[in-house]
Design a protein around this ligand. Structure first.
Ligand code: CUA
Length: 303
């Protein structure tokens, strides 16, 4: 068995946590067994051990064995929560977004410049990445053991996960949620390349317009611009909406991320912006995942 490579920043933090817990619980187990054996021998039948009254209470000892393990295990909980939250840090930042769609039984990826790939995902070394996941049918789970990441793709919504590849090479990509006949064969590889090689790969053989320009085309063709740009219809202006804090008519506030933009297009009645009427029609059933990611990329870049 070869040691599973740790090829991302998340892998390093997950490993450190995992092996620390392993060592700690291993030591606890050893200590418990050592004491069992020690007491078993010491108080065996017929041994001359002292069996009189128990020793007087020692408060510091009792407090010690209650609060020391408590502090250690709460510390581990906090540590784990911090590592976990790191996968889902959202919002606008320097992370490169890649849209990945699960479909029985393949993974389809789309890069911002329009380059598409199936059952392969090329990524540049050292660049933070956000994978925005969706599915065209059932639940799939995007699983790259070398990155220590696993995230479900759930029908009808976006989920995302972020990490930074830290090692060049090829790594297995699997589906980790049973999704039908060919579930076991659903997967491929992730290729982490040096940034220059990645930039070359991204351009090579790409016939597609960028996601943002496909999105702009859709924005006009579907009539979005009719209401959302310089119009007499009372609709929110969408320039710079991505990453903004949006106040909703029911008093909630949300950060406009990909999931919010998706819901606003497909379920416009759900999150109505404060001060506006719920007059937008739903585009449910009229857009496939590729068109949605194009529209959303256009909105993100239209700052
Ligand atoms: Cu897709 Cu299992």
């Amino acid at each position: 068995m070869t040691w599973l490579p740790a090829a991302s920043d998340t892998a390093q933090s997950v490993d450190l946590l995992f092996y620390s817990v392993l060592v700690l619980t291993g030591l606890m187990t050893l200590a418990i067994f050592a004491l069992m054996i020690f007491f078993g021998v010491r108080y065996r039948a017929g041994s001359p051990a002292d069996r009189t009254n128990p020793p007087p209470r020692k408060k510091w000892l009792e407090l010690g064995w209650i609060f020391t393990p408590l502090a250690i295990f709460i510390g581990i909980f906090v540590w784990g929560a911090v590592v976990y939250a790191g996968f889902y840090r959202g919002g606008p930042d320097d992370a490169m977004t890649v849209f990945v769609v699960g479909k029985q039984w393949m993974w389809k990826a789309e890069h911002a410049n329009g380059r598409r790939e199936i059952d392969e995902l090329h990524l540049p070394l050292g660049q933070p990445v956000r994978i925005v996941l969706s599915t065209e049918d059932v639940i799939h789970s995007f699983y790259v053991p070398a990155f220590r990441i696993k995230q479900d793709a759930v029908p009808g919504r976006y989920t995302s996960i972020r990490f930074t590849p830290t090692r060049e090479g090829e790594y297995w990509l699997h589906c980790a949620e049973y999704c039908g006949t060919d579930h076991a064969r659903m997967g491929g590889r992730v290729v982490v390349m040096a940034p220059a090689a990645f930039a070359q790969w991204l351009e090579r053989g790409n016939q597609n317009p960028s996601l943002a320009s496909q999105g702009f085309e859709l924005f006009r063709r579907l009539g979005c611009s009719g209401c959302h740009v310089n119009s007499t219809v009372h609709a929110p202006d969408l320039a710079g909406v991505y990453g903004r804090v949006v106040h909703l008519s029911d008093g909630r506030t949300v950060v406009a991320d990909e999931a919010y933009l998706r819901d606003s297009i497909l379920l416009p009645k759900r999150d109505v912006v404060a001060g506006y009427e719920p007059i937008m029609p739903s585009f449910q059933g009229q857009l496939d995942e590729g068109q949605l990611s194009a529209l959303i990329t256009y909105l993100k870049e239209n700052q």
